[in-house]
Design a binder for this molecule. Structure first.
Ligand code: UT7
Length: 323
């Protein structure tokens, strides 16, 4: 028997303020047509004054609890992926813990930027497999609108805010690829590329700073590294790309999503795409897409799902799970 971390519930939350591309046309030298054709993005949601990343995360976690038919007291741990926690510390995860009314267990943040949810899933899986926790709430939540330079058209039109969450729990499997739950993963980072995607502020500067990105450079790394990490993760459980039912990629750019899925031998029919509605929500993009894909009936129990992401660091990786 092999301990597996199996998905029991999923949920998401998007802040109410919806911003279509054309809203940027008044203040920037940009067009709805440029944004759509270069990125696939049509609209995104932004937090409003006073709304923090932890508020989004709580709403997503509550939705996941509801779908799992569990209460906060049934959860042993919260692992929250974010690069936009409300404060430098405490972690957004402990804020969520308090807001959910969870008075036991433990909570912590994981910071791997757009790859954050992949890293959070890997951490949560390790907690379950090692027996540290049996039920873990894994959340991706971001308020990237807080770190945008609104005069930089090459970045501020790309990002959005939101949160997604999945509740995973330990169950016994057979130890083969037919098991439900997290089956394999692949994690990577290479700090030599830290300058192509970063925020120019933080504790060292005394201000939170703004996101800076050499988009073309990141794009160049993205397709190659995402294909490679997805292939590695799938092969680790003895499967190949043809076995994948659903690719649930990080949602940064429709062109990256198309190129990556094509190279993995899949058309967009096998991919959950939400970038048009959410923009790039960094660590929240994969759990948001999972929640959308489950709620609209596409992802079903038993399906083989491959998630993959890349972001600042560079940090990238993939997780293979049977839903
Ligand atoms: O989530 C973390 C991972 N991030 C990513 O994966 C993002 C990866 N990169 C990308 O998605 C794309 O590189 C971008 C969407 C960021 C940019 O698309 P691109 O096709 O690589 O465009 P580009 O940067 O080469 O820019 C082409 C032109 C430039 O003008 P010139 O130099 O050709 O005159 C830009 O100044 O488009 C211009 N441009 C814009 N024009 C209108 C850049 N941003 C805009 C804009 N509106 N918003």
């Amino acid at each position: 028997m092999t301990r597996r971390a199996v998905v029991r519930g999923v949920g998401h939350y998007l802040p109410e303020r919806l911003v279509p591309n054309h809203e940027f046309e008044d203040s920037l030298d940009t067009t709805d047509e440029w944004i759509r054709s270069r990125t696939g993005i049509e609209r995104r949601h932004f937090v409003t004054d006073g709304q923090g990343t932890s508020d989004l995360a709580v709403r997503a976690a509550r939705a996941a609890l509801q779908s799992a038919e569990l209460s906060a007291q049934d959860v042993d741990a919260i692992v929250l992926a974010t690069s936009t926690a409300d404060l430098t510390f405490p972690s957004a995860a402990t804020m969520v813990q308090a807001q959910l009314g969870m008075t036991r267990g433990f909570a912590f943040d994981v910071q791997a930027v757009c790859a954050g949810f992949i890293y959070a899933l890997a951490n949560a899986n390790a907690l379950i497999v090692s027996g540290q926790a049996n039920r873990v709430m894994v959340i991706g939540a971001e308020s990237f609108s807080r770190i945008m330079d609104w005069t930089d058209r090459s970045t501020c039109v790309l990002f959005g805010d939101g949160a997604g969450a999945i509740l995973i729990e330990g169950r016994e499997g057979e130890g083969n690829s037919d098991d439900r739950g997290i089956l394999s993963m692949d994690l990577n980072s290479d700090g030599r590329f830290r300058d192509i995607l970063y925020v120019d502020g933080g504790v060292a500067t005394g201000s939170i700073g703004h996101l800076r990105m050499q988009g073309k450079e990141v794009f160049r790394h993205a397709v190659e590294k995402l294909v490679s990490t997805a292939r590695t993760a799938v092969s680790r459980i003895g499967l190949n790309e043809g076995d994948i039912d659903w690719i649930v990629p990080h949602q940064a750019n429709l062109r990256i999503i198309k190129a990556t899925s094509q190279r993995l031998g899949h058309s967009l029919d096998d991919v959950i795409v939400t970038v048009q509605d959410h923009g790039n929500t960094s660590a929240a993009s994969i759990p948001l897409a999972l929640s959308v894909g489950v709620n609209d009936g596409r992802i079903r129990k038993g399906d083989l799902v491959v998630t993959e992401a890349i972001g600042g660091g560079l940090a990238w990786g993939a997780v293979v799970l049977r839903w």
